[in-house]
Write a protein that binds this ligand. Structure first.
Ligand SMILES: [Cu+2]
Length: 73
């Protein structure tokens, strides 16, 4: 596992209204295998996610956000 496979992506997320939403989104993203770091920002309506590119991908991360009840762009 080299550091070269670590990817940082910013995902725009609609539907977050409060810190409860931020926590739900953060937990959902953190539960994805391969995600090493997640920072959800309510004001910017986005999540910055670090993940191992050989273990997961943007599609899978967006899917859990959607399952949690929010709309990733
Ligand atoms: Cu909320």
């Amino acid at each position: 596992m080299g550091v070269n496979s670590l990817v940082r992506e910013t995902i725009k997320i609609e539907g977050m209204a409060c810190n409860h939403c931020v926590m739900r989104v953060g937990r959902a993203i953190a539960s994805v295998k391969g995600v090493t770091e997640v920072d959800v920002n309510l004001e910017k309506k986005e999540a910055v996610v670090d993940f191992e590119g050989d273990k997961t991908d943007l599609g899978e991360i967006k899917a859990v956000v959607r399952e949690a009840g929010y709309e990733p762009a």
